[in-house]
Design a protein around this ligand. Sequence first.
Ligand code: CP
Length: 344
Amino acid sequence: MEKNPEGGLIWLGGHIAVDVMSIEDVEIHEKMKGNPMNFQGKDILSAENMTQEEILEILRQSAEMENLCKTRPVSDLLADKVVALLFLEPSTRTRLSFETAVKRLGAKAITVSDAKTSSTAKGETLADTARTVEGYVDCIVVRQPMIGGAKVMADAVKIPVINGGDGAGQHPTQALLDLYTIQKERGTLEGLKLAMVGDLKFGRTVHSLTYALAPFKPKEYIFCSPAALEMPEHIVADMVEKGVPCKIAASMDEALQADVIYMTRIQKERFTDAAEYEKLKGSFILNRRLVEKGKKDITVMHPLPRVDEITVDVDDLPSAAYFRQAHNGVFVRMALLALVMGRA
Ligand code: CP
């Protein structure tokens, strides 16, 4: 079995076992069988190499999952599967939406929700942890602090590994739920002006989103951050190579003229110098007055958690999409689990 050294989405092959599926699940399975894409056994490590076709297929499956939840909130599509949720860094949305997705698909989850309670705290390597857990489950979802750590685990095992955030690296499932949200809120992914505001250096969500939206020919990316927290040069260079116009903005004025403004938190946990964090926190704060002054139909997004980047008086504006965005995570993660385990 070969793993793709480039990371991203990787083919591994495998079997589709339909014997435990209900008649309704077999019908769902049959409906989706014409699907030209096959994600079975793939790792989801990074948004960098995802194609437009792959992304659209995942979003289509996410919409199927959203519809499925309306009629069958709990199905048995993955009734014979066990998923490990290894969260070695704090999380509310990613861990709980994956856990919800697992339960709504009829699978079981085993969870590490605190690094201190796993043997990584005793010095076990990620590769050894992965090899061990591979003997227990059918898929691993992992969040941990090392850039590339999810790939280290994926390289060590044959079952699919999903990156739930690797330090300041990538957060591909967040990018996919961001795209699903943009598609629902704006009706299209094509030709949008997207402003990303806040900590663009350490913010893995903006790294992944920058790559994930690129195949849809954005009109422009506006990067708005403190000088010390700019989008990494290699990402900007990749966008230039892909022909995506990029602008660096020092103030939020231009960002507020975008179709979508994507606010982010200053990532306190990535700073080695607490004084530097104190200096930069609160650099960009979006309030109701600013939203109302901005583009008329602007969509306000945030991966959450927020600290003070968006004041609560924005929350009840129709353009405030961030809690809808968090809810969409369940459908997208249901789709990804079903896809990589060959049941979508
Ligand atoms: N957006 C996101 O990754 O949130 P959590 O850190 O709560 O999982």
